[in-house]
Design a protein around this ligand. Sequence first.
Ligand SMILES: Cc1ncc(C[n+]2csc(CCOP(=O)(O)OP(=O)(O)O)c2C)c(N)n1
Length: 361
Amino acid sequence: MLTKKFDPLKKKIFQVLDHEGNITDEKLVPKIDDETLLKMYKTMLLGRIADTKALQYQRQGRMLTYAPIKGQEAAHTAPIAALDKKDWMVPAFREMAGMLYKGADLEKLYLYWYGNEEGNHFDEELRILPISVPIASQINHGAGVAYAAKYKGDKEVAVAFVGDGGSSHGEFHEGLNFAATTQSPLIVIIQNNQWAISTPREAQSKAQNLASKGIGYGVPSILVDGNDPLAMFAAVKEARERAINGNGPTLIEALTYRLGPHTTSDDPTIYRDDDDLKYWEKRDPIIRFKKYLIDKELLTEEEDEKLQKEYKDFSNKTFKKVEKSGLVPLEDVFNYTYAELPKDLKEQLALHKKLAESEAK
Ligand SMILES: Cc1ncc(C[n+]2csc(CCOP(=O)(O)OP(=O)(O)O)c2C)c(N)n1
């Protein structure tokens, strides 16, 4: 069992592909067919390019606030690749490539960041819950979905994502404890990108690593190199097996790094060390995975260049379509929570209307 062999309390970290993209130990390589390997890589690459483009659109004033995924593509794509179609994904807000892998359209995801709620409404058969911004709410949602699956006797799991900062929030602990005591099929993935906006990992928790937090709840836990897609895939496969066999949740800490800003409203150059960034740029999950696939003769440099061009064009075309859809009407923000608007919201709406009118003049 990987969770035994790589005991987080002994500060062990599970890795299959080293930083250069070479296999560390053949015995650890998970069985993944070539088609899946390529789909994982292509989706990570599309995620990277769609991300770069989104940042550019935002800087051009064409996109609203956006939360970049750069550097974290393996940490959230490989877990989804290890699931069955009927399993559930419970995203936070930095899992765009994983959502694409599960079948979400880029158009929807761009629409979401364009400020349209419709972009957060996925086809039911995809089994992707809406993006939930309140930190660590994903763990309670995931625990609920997993408990329901167990109650109904369905052989399916829920995978919930949270950040390193989120692992200090109440809902993380409540959800994990509930899933453990009910032995529900939940897999919790902490994407430890080492920053909660400008708060570094060391200031967020005294735990030696975040995976070790699961041990206190009686949950098998593992610290994984989150920039290694093969290790992430293997850890989730094992966790899924355990979950559908009735043996409850698993906690996985994916050690990764946020190469970009927290959101487009953030400036990491104020608080982040440049040397740190350079160190992590060398551990880029896409460069590493590409080397592995080229060595395996599943990909060539020429094919990779072609894919990059294709994904750039696709991202541009998709965003232009989203832009054409126009902004949502101001009233939409107020309309769908109360049967009758409370007085203060009525006042806010009137004020917004007045402002919008004066801006239009
Ligand atoms: C309950 C709650 N409190 C505060 C916020 C504001 N907020 C948004 S992102 C963020 C930091 C999240 O850091 P982390 O959990 O490490 O995830 P990351 O953004 O790094 O992926 C905060 C405090 C929020 N969304 N929800």
